[in-house]
Design a protein around this ligand. Structure first.
Ligand SMILES: [Zn+2]
Length: 213
């Protein structure tokens, strides 16, 4: 029976590395026959403003007296999906979900962004166009299970890698492909994009130096 091989198809707080040593941390991965749900949780309170294109989203607290910016979680989770897709050598089976359990959301996004457990549950049980059979589910589970890293040292290294990657981005190098970012003209503004485009869609705004992944 399938369940005897894979008792629980949920991973929490998964850390893994790609061939180049680049590490990725994913809050939750839920593997079901209707898709592999890649879940990023953000514990921010207050009101959250942002859209898919912005590099930074804004958290507004205390009736507007306090504003904080944080890296666009849609872009962040797209990177997680990209790395997981590379790890599994599979495409078009992933559903990105971002959960803000404590915030009021004022966001515009084509992706699934929700408020809490109930909504997340609905999403996970919804109809997607994805169909995965038992063998595939099993393969995905086992691949993640054998690739994930559990040591504390690896976690310290992960933080270290994030800093290294921020340095890379600051010196206009694509953190995914390790090649130069080039200046491109968008609809309304100039931005840096990976020279590997359209294969790699990494972008950076011109004044954006501190990016968290
Ligand atoms: Zn790239």
């Amino acid at each position: 029976m399938f369940h005897s091989i894979c008792p629980l198809l949920i991973f929490n707080d998964v850390l893994f590395k790609d061939k180049n040593g680049k590490s990725t941390q994913i809050d939750h991965i839920v593997i079901r026959n209707n898709g592999v749900f890649v879940v990023e949780t953000k514990n921010y309170a207050g009101r959250i403003y942002g859209n898919d294109e912005q590099q930074k989203w804004t958290q507004v607290l205390a009736y507007g007296d306090c504003k904080n910016q944080f890296y666009n979680p849609v872009k962040q989770n797209n990177t997680h999906v990209f790395q997981l897709s590379k790890l599994l050598s599979m495409k078009d089976i992933f559903v990105s979900v971002i959960v803000f359990p404590r915030a009021e959301l004022y966001v515009e996004s084509d992706q699934l962004i929700c408020n809490g457990k109930n909504e997340l549950n609905e999403i996970i049980h919804s109809n997607t166009n994805i169909q995965l059979n038992r063998d595939t589910l099993n393969k995905i589970y086992c691949k993640i299970n054998e690739s994930k890293i559990d040591s504390d040292i690896a976690r310290v290294e992960h933080i270290d890698n994030i800093h290294k990657m921020q340095d890379k981005i600051a010196s206009n190098i694509c953190p995914r492909c390790n090649i130069k970012l080039v200046l491109r003209q968008g609809k309304s503004n100039k931005f840096y994009g990976c020279s590997n485009y359209p294969k790699c869609k990494f972008t950076k705004q011109i004044d954006d130096q501190d990016v968290a992944v």
